[in-house]
Write a protein that binds this ligand. Sequence first.
Ligand SMILES: Nc1ncnc2c1ncn2[C@@H]1O[C@H](COP(=O)(O)OP(=O)(O)O)[C@@H](O)[C@H]1O
Ligand SMILES: [Mg+2]
Length: 273
Amino acid sequence: MARTIAVAIPKGGVGKTTTAVNLAASLAFSERRTLLIDMDTSGAAGLALGLTEANSKAGVYDIFNFISGINTAIHKTEIPTLDVVPANVHTLLREERLMKLADNRLILKNSLRSITRDYDYIIIDCPPFLRGLTTNALTASDSVLVPVKPGHFALDAVDKFFKYIDWVREVANKMIQIEGIVVTMYETGSRATEITMRELQSKYRRHLCETIIPRHAALAEACFYGKPAILYNINSPGAVAYLDLAREIAGDQIPFEQRHIVDESVQAISQQA
Ligand SMILES: Nc1ncnc2c1ncn2[C@@H]1O[C@H](COP(=O)(O)OP(=O)(O)O)[C@@H](O)[C@H]1O
Ligand SMILES: [Mg+2]
């Protein structure tokens, strides 16, 4: 049975898609059979793995319209253990229709039933808002991974989202867990990063992932080539960090170097506190 993890927080530009794509690719790279589902109408996660309008047979749009079953919407990628379901939205009319259909919060959960035995992990990239598509993802998931980009109001978004998850527990999915909060676009020496880290440490320490994702150009560049970072530059700090995140989530050993980076940042924070 697959472990299904939604990557979500109702905020744009915080690294949700980058995290979903690179976590999925890194889990697949360590030989876990992985499926990435692109639930954002912009289609960025599918594009980041090379799926365009021209080469997508079907996607989330078709599943929600009951035009295609999930098997038709599953596409292969360059990594043999990584499959992807693109959004396949492409027009504003389709976007509007998909949003309406997503009011039924059980569609994704029901369509995943037939394939959950085919994968070890299903990773869902969510849109930056809390309407039907995110609720569908949270209803279908075992856990939610929350990316946080350091900055003003970063914690505010986490507070609000955690309240929403409580609501999801009450009405739709009482078993959903917090997989973790993962700090993205970490910048050494940045005051905003330090303040956010300190706030997260004091309020959400038990949810904080040990792995921290640094800000690094290769993570942004890789998308232009339709590749995850591990296929673009496997030695770049961003690719290494996502491999570490995959190890942490899968319960594998985290290499010493990464623990060292985390220790340093935690030390810097506690010295100031
Ligand atoms: N760790 C990182 N280092 C550098 N750029 C990043 C990093 N994470 C994300 N980005 C870039 O920041 C922008 C927003 O990231 P994205 O993953 O699309 O966020 P979201 O899905 O939350 O809107 C994108 O241009 C992406 O390439
Ligand atoms: Mg996104």
